[in-house]
Design a protein around this ligand. Structure first.
Ligand SMILES: NC(=O)c1ccc[n+]([C@@H]2O[C@H](COP(=O)([O-])OP(=O)(O)OC[C@H]3O[C@@H](n4cnc5c(N)ncnc54)[C@H](OP(=O)(O)O)[C@@H]3O)[C@@H](O)[C@H]2O)c1
Length: 338
């Protein structure tokens, strides 16, 4: 592919939102040692993509401008670099383009690390597979590693609360939690209550009602574990709803999270507020793709956009009212709104 050009979407500086995205023609990247070149079939947006554009990870990400964003991709292998053993041309894969030089998903072709890539089962669509990476792996890690829920129902009952159960992470978190021995309470907006119930939640609270804002379980449960996928809920609200050893895993930690984490440590409190920044791993993507293949979980797509209209998907994610996931890559998709 040396010398060949491709379509991509990039931005040149921090800020600017969807209007800061530009359609550009750039060289197809070349895979290095241990890397593969993919023809991108689908790429999915996560809030971290536009938060990086806002400068949340400055000066680490992006390393340089112009920058082609988005890390969660499904594609077909079209070239393999030196030392690649697991993949060959023609394989369909799912990968995370995260890491130090991450990004590159909003393009016709992208280079992925062999170590961060898994084969996509034929039963799993490229769109569904691309959505698993950050959102699915974060839900899986929070529940099963930090939260220690077993997905085989071998443990005593765990009472779980998932806040923002209608979003990318939350919709996987509810489904994964229900593979374990759990009672799941969930919060979401009124329009998504039936949707979240359909994912398996045992009880659902509208976050705009007083009961929802107070996180009160309708059946009076205290939570052993909270997968906290939104912002703006004070520790005092969580604390009164936790069991004596209950944990809150905060996926959007801020100064208050780290402060309360430290205070709880100093006081030897068994109730904990734990910040989490998850990094998707190949074995997690593989496990999730297997669960999708077996029909044990599903990906719910809010909307799809061709690469030529990627900025619309970017804006949609930034509005914060996505149900499930937004997929603006691959170049061949129709718009599908739920
Ligand atoms: N730490 C990590 O490793 C990690 C990984 C992934 C994501 N995250 C973070 O986790 C958060 C969630 O990500 P996501 O991809 O799931 O978000 P998302 O898909 O953009 O979430 C959109 C959903 O949030 C709902 N929502 C908004 N405010 C809410 C509230 N107060 N209570 C309940 N639901 C609410 C919206 O419902 P309505 O339309 O009804 O308002 C909408 O359905 C983001 O801040 C993201 O950056 C962190």
């Amino acid at each position: 592919m040396t010398g060949k050009l491709m379509q991509a979407v990039s931005y040149d500086s921090y800020g600017g939102g969807s209007a800061g995205l530009k359609h550009v023609e750039i060289p197809v990247p070349a895979p290095g040692n241990g890397e593969i070149l993919l023809k991108v079939e689908a790429a999915s947006i996560n809030p971290v993509d536009w938060k990086i554009q806002k400068g949340v990870a400055r000066p680490v990400y992006p390393r340089k401008f112009p920058y082609v964003p988005v890390t969660d991709v499904a594609g077909e292998v079209v070239e393999v670099g030196l030392g690649v053993e697991k993949f060959k041309v023609g394989d369909k894969v799912i990968t995370s383009l995260g890491g130090v030089s991450g990004g590159g998903g909003l393009a016709e072709y992208a280079v992925a690390k062999e170590s961060a890539t898994v084969l996509r089962p034929p039963e799993v669509s490229a769109v569904d597979g691309s959505c698993l990476v950050i959102a699915g792996c974060t839900a899986l890690y929070a529940l099963t590693v930090t939260g220690r829920v077993k997905l085989d129902k071998t443990e005593p009952l765990t009472n779980v609360l998932v806040t923002n159960a209608s979003g990318g992470v939350g919709h996987y978190a509810v489904q994964l939690a229900k593979l374990g021995n759990t009672h799941v309470t969930a919060t979401c907006g009124a329009r998504n209550i039936e949707f979240v119930k359909s994912l398996g939640a045992d009880e659902v609270l509208d976050y705009k009602t007083p009961e929802g804002a107070a996180l009160k379980s309708p059946s009076g449960k205290k939570y052993d574990l909270v997968i906290h996928c939104t912002i703006g809920i004070p520790w005092s609200t969580f604390k009164s709803n936790l069991t004596p050893t209950g944990k809150v895993i905060d996926l959007t930690p801020n100064g208050g999270t780290f402060w309360n984490y430290a205070v709880n440590k100093i006081k030897f409190s068994k109730r904990q507020l734990l910040p989490l920044f998850a990094v998707p791993k190949a074995e997690e993507i593989e496990l999730l793709a297997g669960l999708l293949k077996d029909g044990k979980i599903k990906t719910v797509i809010d909307s799809r956009y061709p690469l030529t209209r990627a900025e619309e998907g970017w804006a949609k994610s930034m509005e914060g009212h996505v149900t499930g996931k937004v997929v603006p890559g691959g170049g061949v998709f129709d718009i599908i709104n739920m």
